[in-house]
Structures are given as structure tokens and as C-alpha cells.
Design a protein. Sequence first.
Length: 414
Amino acid sequence: MLILNKTAGVFSKPSKRNMYEFLRSFNFHSGKLFLHKLVLGIETSCDDTAAAVVDETGNVLGEAIHSQTEVHLKTGGIIPPVAQQLHRENIQRIVQEALSASKVSPSELSAIATTIKPGLALSLGVGLSFSLQLVDQLKKPFIPIHHMEAHALTIRLTNKVEFPFLVLLISGGHCLLALVRGVSDFLLLGKSLDIAPGDMLDKVARRLSLIKHPECSTMSGGKAIEHLAKQGNKLHFDFKPPMQRARNCDFSFSGLHHVIDKMIMQKEKEEGVEKGQILSSAADIAAAVQHTIACHIAKRTHRAILFCKQRDLLCQSNAVLVVSGGVASNLYIRKALEIVTDATQCTLLCPPPRLCTDNGIMIAWNGVERLRAGLGILHSTEGIRYEPKCPLGADISKEVGEAAIKVPRLKMKI
Ligand code: KG4
Ligand code: ZN
């Protein structure tokens, strides 16, 4: 494990003593009798260092998170070595805070669950090394977690949702549609062929210099676009939703991003505005971008629902669509999805915003789900590695494309 060696001012491998000291810092013993199994979840796959303790019934006993957003907003994107350093600086404190808040002593844990895939290699490495050291010292089982599976199953912590259900994950790093048939049984119906929608919104917001906008300076790119879009007219720009002819459930955002970039350049010329200053048409552009993305996401999701219904893959009496990820907090996009679920007689469910974005609770909960199902619980961590790239489930996107389902046009009156 790598931790900050303060005297030397460099990162170094920690000694076993460091971990003993960390464990000794828990000088409390709760004295409580925990009737349920307890899982510590640790998440470091991207730019959030997060940990939580969750019990078998879904009670969140303690959680802590350190967000790097502010740092990355300043540099205009995530720089992996910076993210790694911040994870190293914070992981011990965050795990300690989650455990202390839970009043659970490390010895009372049933297992330690940690994200090992997919994500940024340098970030995943910090969480995994720390966890392996902890597992070794505590002699606890280790549960490796797939980050996207954890996002997909979070809804089962907050709502009574049975398998199977459809999930749409949209964030800065993810964009996929999958059928969830069990704790570790996923069918991938489609994914972004290039960048994720949040990534695109962040890039557009940066290009529009929204960080300089007095109302948006502390907001993520996606949130800033949603905020500004309310003041704009989406009809002033006509961006075409991507992939209209491809009758599959894949997504694409980089072509649209390129078109928007060109449009912004043209507007800067027309308005005599220098790059880096805010265009008078920024709100109209934000509104049109948001609308176009919402229509694209809604259409692909609509097709996924129709495909699942055609193949009888969803519960007939109560078909459920779960939407999660940072972009899922966008109310305009949610409204577009609601139009789709209303038209297809599905129930639309979203976890609360704090569980939509990366967090330790979803990792601990995934550990609980796996513990209950007896899936992927390791008593030896020999040879365990993180995997920066790792698909979700069995990829049937080709079959979805071959079905070439024509999606009926819906009026997107949002
Ligand atoms: O799930 P998340 O916290 O991190 C990962 O990307 O994994 O999602 C962050 C992304 C960012 O791209 C951010 O711009 C976007 O979610 N986002 C939004 C909104 N709030 C955050 N996008 C659209 N509308 C929002 N209200
Ligand atoms: Zn995520």
C-alpha cells in the first residue's frame, strides 16, 4: 500500500506498522451486538475517495467521501497522477471516518468490498492496495467490486426492486444500457461508442467558459448547462441527435460535441466575442445541447425497452427502468425518459442524487448483495489485480442491432 510519508515528503510503501497504527486508532469497541453482517465498501475508481459501512439489511451505518471535483474543475479535467495523489492523501482518513461514524470496530466487519474495475488505473490501484493491506491485517474476506454493477444495483438499497430490470447509467465516465438479471448477471444492450454524456457536457461548459458565469462558477459542467438552459430557447439552434439511422442501443456524443464546438466558434465570430468570454447566446446553446442529448438518450432507451419487451426479458406486470449516474440528476433528461416510460408502461426509478454519483455506500451494498448470494467472496487475495477496462456483463448489443427495432416517434414536449 502507498501512503504519504510526511517526513520524507514522498509516497512510499507503508510498513505493516503503519497499518497496525491505523487499526490501533480504533480504540473503541462498540460493545454493541451486530445481528447483521457488516460490509466496509471502498471506492477510488475515479476522482472520489469514498468509504461506507452498510449492514445486511441496507442500513448505512457510516460513510465518508472526499471529492476532488474542485481541484479537477480548476485544471479543466481529471489528471490521473493528481487524482492518485489525492486518493493516497485521503484514503486512510476517509476509511477511518466511515468506520468511526458507523461505531463498528474493524474486527466486527464481515468483509471488505472494494472497486477493482473499471476505472482509472492509478486511482483503482490506491484503493486496492489499501484494501489488501487491511484484509491481510484483519483476516477478513475480500469482495472485489465491478463499479458499474455497483451503480446498477444501488436501487435495491433504496427501493424494493426485483430482478430483472433495465438500467441506464449516464455520467461523466459511463454511458450504457443493461438488463440486470441477477447480482452478477448482466446483459449489455448498448453503450457509448466514444465519450460519455457528462464528459461532453463538461467539455461544452468549458468551451462556453461557464466557470466565469456568476451563477455557474461552482457547478459541474452538466449542472451549469442544466441551470443555464432554463434561461435559453432550445429552438434557436438545431442540433441533430446522433445515430438516427442506427437501429441499435448504442450512443455517441463526440460527433455532436464537434458540431457544437464549431457552432460556438461561429457565434464568437458573429458576436465579436473572444474565446474565453461568455457568449450572449450561451443559454440558448445550453438549452439546445441539453434537448438534443435528452432526445438521443431517450430514443436509445426506448429501443432497449421495446427490445426487452419483444424478447420477454422484463417483468410483464411491472417493467422497471432504473436511471443512475451524475447525468441522471438532470431533470430535463429525466422528463424525457419519463415520456418514454409512460409510453411503454414502465416504472422509472432513480436513486437519490447522492447515490447516483460515485460513493462508498454502493460498493458496500454490492458487497452485501454478493455476500447474501455467496458470489465472489475471496478468502485469498493472491493474484488479485485491478482492471482499468472491463465490460459489464455479456454483450448482446450486436443482437439488439440486428433486431433493428423501429422506435415510434414520441413528442418530446418537455
Ligand atoms: O457519476 P458522476 O459523479 O461521476 C462519474 O462521471 O462517474 O458524474 C459526474 C458527471 C459530470 O460529467 C457532470 O457534469 C455530470 O455528471 N452532471 C450533470 C448534472 N450534474 C452532474 N449532467 C447533467 N445535468 C446535471 N444536473
Ligand atoms: Zn461511477
